[in-house]
Write a protein that binds this ligand. Sequence first.
Ligand code: SF4
Length: 266
Amino acid sequence: MKGFDNTPPASPWGINFGGGLNSTAMIIECRRRNLRPDWILFADTGSERPETIEHVRRMQQWCEGWQNIHIVRWKRTKGDILGFEPLHENCLRTNHLPSKAYGLAGCTSKWKIQPMEKWRKANGFDEGAFAVGYDADEHRRIKSACERGDDPNFIAWYPLVAWHIGRQECETICTSQGMTVIKSSCFMCPNMKRQEWMQLKNTHPKLFDIAVKIEENAAAHGNKGRDELGLYNGMGLRNIEQYSTGDLFEASETVEDRCHHGGCFT
Ligand code: SF4
């Protein structure tokens, strides 16, 4: 099956870099195997954690002389707001949560996938393949990605799966290059687990406060999210310390169904 070949299934091909552990390991491993992509893209939502942006810069340096990592952003060309608007600012302006909270994929699609597509078109890459950093342990995520199908002009390639590289091996590969990589996602992503929210609260209290504001603002405007869950479990991020670990939400499917193809959480 093409998406699971050992080598890129089409040419030209590139890498959708998510700024996280898996896609970092994928880039390192591609280089080690002399598989040089024609492009590497990181889509910045404007709401990434500072550590992720720092890591992307570090990876840009690591890739120097091999292949550039281009940072792309979604820019509006119509409407009241023109140009780039960070996702969290958009949430505050429109009184909504990121669309993932409503069971939709608009935030990934607009802030992650579309700017990558635009860059590829502008640079003459209208077809081929792109590598996605799902690892060999992510059976569920891979299954749903396959069921969804690929971009009609591109084949999604899952090299970590083809090479039998799981999460633990990704850690080892990154550590071998002296890299500690945190989970990448927007700081106010509705797919975050309690532990991730707590970490945000402790390390970036200002960003946590913005997330609380987004959640409370959306609720005040009647836009609470699927199953009234808000950004976390419906009881309010403000009170997160009161929830026990391993609550019901942690086991729900929503946590597992992370973003596809655009690079969130890879
Ligand atoms: S990380 Fe979360 S909030 Fe950000 S674009 Fe992806 S699904 Fe949306």
